[in-house]
Design a protein around this ligand. Structure first.
Ligand code: G6P
Length: 611
């Protein structure tokens, strides 16, 4: 997704802007650019299609030095990824704009502005903002006032940063639907779409709220809220060791993050488990009262987070006896939904900024849900701020675009939710809760055992290097685990992968099975094992090659065309968390063999803040 960095200082800010862009690279982008009010008194820009390194190289050849600037990484929505469409966008030679989000009425505005004589040089919605702002400056030469007038005409989502050669003492910003944070320095101030971009220059931040407009000078910051009232936003000191954007001994962030799972699962459990029960107040002071009324659960999420929700459905119904529906946010937000009485709305999101999930939450508020709970990894995110209750996963910053540790910590959070609801509603026996609490305590060690299989899985990955299609099978709560395994493989190795509930194999996908189609299966030792074994026979009978991650007590053995990888035995309820690990490792090693960009796979973004 797009990233914004801005700076106003006494020193040259170009290197700061570039470093900020590099720190946002993990979010996924296709072009980058910078605009600087130079020491010669002119506004200059440099843009490049491709990586920030290319922009950096171009700037090494033709340096831009100045004390005021904005920079951007673009993930194409309107107009192809190319230099002409890269931000910053200019209107005339004095005004530069960078923008995250989507302006929905850009076509109408474009026609209107063309009528006024403005000439467009890109296909983006952003250029409309630059020209509209230029036009507003004709009535009011103050940049902030003109921006306030401009945003009134914009429909859609934006995080905006603007500089003008005519008022070079300031950086002006606006937030609506796309996050922005001000970094506070000593005699210098900064702006970014994510504080990570600014951790090199400051650890004090001020988060803009929806509808805020900010005027940022070297030594002062002024903010107006959505009603135009001057407001103060709290300055927050940030310290988070886990945030270190550093690969350490690992070749890729993804591998590092996979191996962090025992530690982050441990952290997610901290302060949330009593002797033999879950501490319900971990969900917030009003949780107990709210949970007591819950008769249904509606889960909404996207991507990997959606798969976590699908696992939770099995848990909520089988353990807590609570009916649960799960839906992808992009569908839920536009569907006419019938809400059952006393339904808790649960959103799951690593970033807490995913546009569809956020919109679903906002719609849900109108639909008569009992209340809302966010299971999220970012405490300062919009999703958390706008939900009644929150359970923060403690995964630390996840850099790899393909989500790994965020998923397993979400599963832990969802199991805590299930046990809490069962406990408060009296639908879960105390003995069962106590046993699962004990199993949760042991989980980090179990995950460590699964990670120790790293080199075995690396070897298995060789079976996939020349394949184009794969099937993933699972039954029960392992079906969403199979879905997540398939998603990981397609995301980072670009191999077509589909997941099926194993019982559904004979209703279609079996037609695809031949010796060119590996079939990956997760097989814990549960009551569905025998049925799963029959499904696997159906595959073998058609010449399909089987890769089975099986409980060491499942009695499955290697044979011709059947590769069994034994997994440590685990309580069936926690099996989805454990079996996720080898599937993550498998996709990682297949991607490494294929030589893809593991941490930043093509066409994908870490945090999808547009529709
Ligand atoms: C993007 C990411 C996925 C993620 C999904 C939902 O597609 O590439 O890894 O699962 O967004 O993101 P969220 O932050 O809401 O969990």
């Amino acid at each position: 997704m797009c990233g914004i960095v801005g700076a106003v200082a006494e020193r040259n800010i170009t290197a700061i802007l570039l470093e900020g862009l590099k720190r946002l690279e993990y979010r996924g982008y296709d072009s980058a650019g910078v605009a600087v009010f130079t020491n010669n008194g002119t506004l200059e820009r440099m843009r490049r299609n491709g990586k920030v390194a290319e922009l950096e190289q171009a700037l090494a050849g033709e340096p831009l030095a100045g004390r005021l600037g904005i920079a951007h990484t673009r993930w194409a929505t309107h107009g192809a990824p190319c230099e002409r469409n890269a931000h910053p966008h200019f209107s005339g030679s004095d005004l530069a704009v960078v923008h995250n989000g989507i302006i929905e009425n850009h076509e109408a505005l474009r026609e209107q502005l063309k009528g006024l004589g403005y000439v467009f040089t890109s296909d983006t919605d952003t250029e409309v903002i630059a020209h509209l702002l230029n036009h507003k400056l004709k009535d009011n030469s103050d940049l902030t006032a003109a921006l306030k007038a401009t945003v009134k005409e914009l429909h859609g989502a934006y995080g905006l940063a603007v500089i003008s050669a005519k008022q070079p003492d300031r950086l002006v910003a606006a937030r609506s639907g796309s996050p922005l944070v001000i970094g506070l320095g000593l005699g210098e101030n900064f702006l970014a779409s994510d504080q990570l971009a600014l951790r090199q220059v400051t650890d004090r931040f001020m988060y803009l709220e929806e509808g805020d407009i900010a005027e940022i000078h070297r030594d002062s910051v002024q903010i107006w809220d959505v009603n135009g009232q001057s407001v103060q936003r709290e300055a927050v000191q940030y310290s988070d060791g886990a945030e270190a954007a550093d690969k350490g001994e690992y070749r890729h962030y993804m591998l590092k993050e996979i191996h962090e799972q025992p530690a982050v699962v441990q952290r997610t459990l901290e302060n949330r488990l009593g002797q033999d029960h879950v501490l319900v107040q971990a969900f917030g002071p009003q949780a107990k009262e709210l949970f007591a009324k819950v008769r249904n659960v509606q889960i909404v999420a996207c991507g990997t987070s959606y798969h976590a929700g699908m696992v939770a459905r099995y848990w909520l119904e089988s353990l807590a006896g609570i009916p649960c529906q799960v839906e992808v946010a992009s569908e839920f937000r536009y569907r006419k939904v019938v809400v059952q009485p006393d339904t808790l709305f649960v959103s799951i999101s690593q970033s807490g900024e995913t546009a569809d999930t956020l919109a679903a939450l906002r719609n849900a508020k109108e639909l008569g849900f009992l209340g809302s709970l966010a299971i999220c990894n970012v405490g300062i995110s919009s999703l958390v701020r706008e939900s009644d209750l929150t359970l923060l996963t403690q995964a630390g910053r996840e850099i790899g675009v393909a989500s790994t540790k965020a998923f397993t910590t979400q599963l832990v959070g969802l199991l805590l939710l299930t046990l809490s609801l069962g406990q408060v509603r009296g639908t879960l026996e105390a003995g069962v809760e106590a046993q699962l609490v004990e199993e949760l305590r042991r989980l980090p060690a179990r995950l460590g055992e699964a990670l120790a299989m790293d080199s075995i899985v690396e070897k298995v990955a060789e079976l996939f290097a020349d394949k184009h299609h794969t099937l993933f099978l699972g039954r029960g709560a392992q079906f969403p685990v199979a879905m997540e395994g398939a998603l990981k493989l397609k995301e980072i190795s670009y191999i077509h992968a589909e997941a099926y509930p194993a019982g559904e194999l004979k209703h279609g996908p079996l037609a695809l099975v031949d010796n060119d189609m590996p079939v990956v299966t997760v097989a814990p030792n549960n009551e569905l094992l025998e049925k799963l074994k029959s499904n696997l026979q159906e595959v073998r009978a058609r010449g399909g090659e089987l890769i089975v991650f099986a409980d060491e007590q499942a009695g499955m053995t290697n044979g011709e065309g059947t590769h069994v990888i034994n997994m440590p035995h685990i309580h069936d309820v926690l099996a989805p968390i454990l079996y996720t690990i080898p599937l993550q490792l498998l996709s990682y090693y297949v991607a490494v063999l294929k030589g893809t960009d593991v941490d930043q796979p093509r066409n994908l973004a870490k945090s999808v803040t547009v529709e």
